[in-house]
Write a protein that binds this ligand. Structure first.
Ligand code: MG
Ligand code: ZN
Length: 172
């Protein structure tokens, strides 16, 4: 009998522009939150390859009082409900509520705090994780923790990332 070591795989996801439509402004309530159409097929493909998911998102609108933790929870409940019917779940949603005008934190991307927290809490090595984001600061946050970051175009299908990972056999 053959035993094959299956690598643990963690996909860290930026939120706005990757999972839901980036509207060029803060998303302050669940009505403004629109899941992008390619997200479910893409996450299904990754899930079938054994990936787990964690969201890492900057939400400084909280510090700027554009919306509250409660509003953000409502938005995330809407997201989780939309994906639960497809049997897709997040291990965690980490968000940074801070704004540099008010305080310097270690979680706001391009800093790597949220990425490091996810790796530590769920016991992944850096090479067992990737991050998908739509800005250079997402990639910087990943790389600061030794994680490979993929920069996609906001709101565009990022199927190519999965194709690339498949080609490299990272998803095996
Ligand atoms: Mg984004
Ligand atoms: Zn923070």
């Amino acid at each position: 009998m053959l035993f094959r070591y299956v690598m643990k795989k963690l996909v860290l996801l930026d939120r706005d522009g990757v999972l839901n439509r980036e509207i060029g402004d803060y998303i302050t309530n669940k009505e403004e939150f629109e899941l992008l159409p390619h997200v479910i097929p893409n996450l299904k493909r990754l899930k079938n390859a054994g990936c787990k998911f964690v969201i890492v998102t900057n939400q400084s609108g909280i510090h700027k009082r554009k919306y509250t933790h409660h509003d953000l929870n409502e938005i995330h409940e809407k997201l989780k409900e939309a994906l639960a019917v497809e049997d897709i779940y997040f291990e965690e949603i980490y968000y940074c509520p801070h704004h540099p005008y008010y305080s310097q934190c270690i979680c706001r991307k391009p800093k790597s705090g949220m990425v490091q927290k996810a790796l530590a809490r769920f016991e992944y090595k850096a090479e067992e994780a990737i991050l998908i984001g739509d800005t250079p600061r997402d990639v910087e946050a990943a790389e600061g923790a030794g994680v490979r970051g993929f920069k996609i175009n906001a709101n565009y299908d990022w199927k190519w990332v999965i194709d690339q990972l498949e080609k490299e056999r990272w998803l095996d």
